[in-house]
Design a protein around this ligand. Structure first.
Ligand code: PRP
Length: 218
């Protein structure tokens, strides 16, 4: 494949994007204009390496990659599982480590144990459904929320939540606990299946270089 084609990256906005850029710098991939925090620019180019980067809302990253608008995406495993798009997951970048958990007040433990029909709040209704219906075989009512999901049990909207736990401080400060672990999470690299075929050499080289850096850190 011609080296003239730009390889396009979609990065999930925020902390993950910053960490990704730090990691890319370590293998000689830089994008100076992306570091300007005041810029409202959406697409950044490294002409020399023929790379293009854009920042997107996390849940949109797998969409851009599935449709080939980006060849490569960097996003949390939570988003990959929730969006369930037709993409290849090729690398665990090792940062952004946290857990998807069922959380709630201690009193909800019994409800989970006895497979009661409970209410579950989550920003991740598909992950919650997969866990309760297909893994636990427990019928539940799932209520989608868009943030501060911990409010669910606090204001008696739901019995439990399915949410990300990183340090555990949000739970602790609100009298909630991890009741069950759904799965571990971290930042992942995803690739469009056609791009993987058309740009195999470039993408494999990139994955190998990144993997070496990720492994040397862990
Ligand atoms: C995430 C997550 C938890 C919190 C967990 O929320 O949904 O609420 O972080 O982190 P901790 O275990 O370190 O306390 P985020 O900050 O993304 O905001 P949100 O609640 O509005 O989604």
């Amino acid at each position: 494949m011609s080296e003239d084609r730009y390889l396009t990256f979609a990065l999930g906005k925020g902390r993950l994007a910053n960490k990704t850029l730090e990691l890319f710098e370590q293998i000689g991939i830089t994008c100076e204009e992306m570091k300007d925090k005041n810029s409202r620019k959406l697409i950044f180019v490294n002409e020399e390496l023929k790379l293009r980067f854009f920042l997107a809302k996390g849940p949109d990253v797998p969409t851009y990659v599935e449709y080939g608008a980006a060849d490569i995406g960097i996003v949390g495993r939570d988003t990959i599982l929730e969006e369930n798009r037709d993409v290849y997951e090729v690398l665990d970048l090792g940062f952004g480590k946290c857990r998807m958990c069922v959380c709630g007040p201690e009193s909800a433990r019994e409800l989970l144990k006895h497979h009661e029909r409970i209410r579950v709040a989550s920003k991740y209704p598909n992950i919650a459904k997969e866990y309760f219906y297909n893994k636990k075989h427990q019928t539940v009512d799932i209520i989608k929320l868009n943030g501060s999901v911990e409010l669910g049990p606090l204001v008696e909207l739901t019995d439990v939540i399915v949410d990300i736990v990183e340090t555990g401080s949000t739970l602790r400060e609100n009298g909630l606990e991890v009741l069950e672990e759904v799965c571990p999470l971290s930042a992942r690299m995803i690739v469009n299946p056609v791009s993987m075929q058309m740009e195999t050499a470039r993408i494999k080289k990139l994955v190998t270089q990144l993997r070496e850096k990720c492994q040397s850190k862990s």
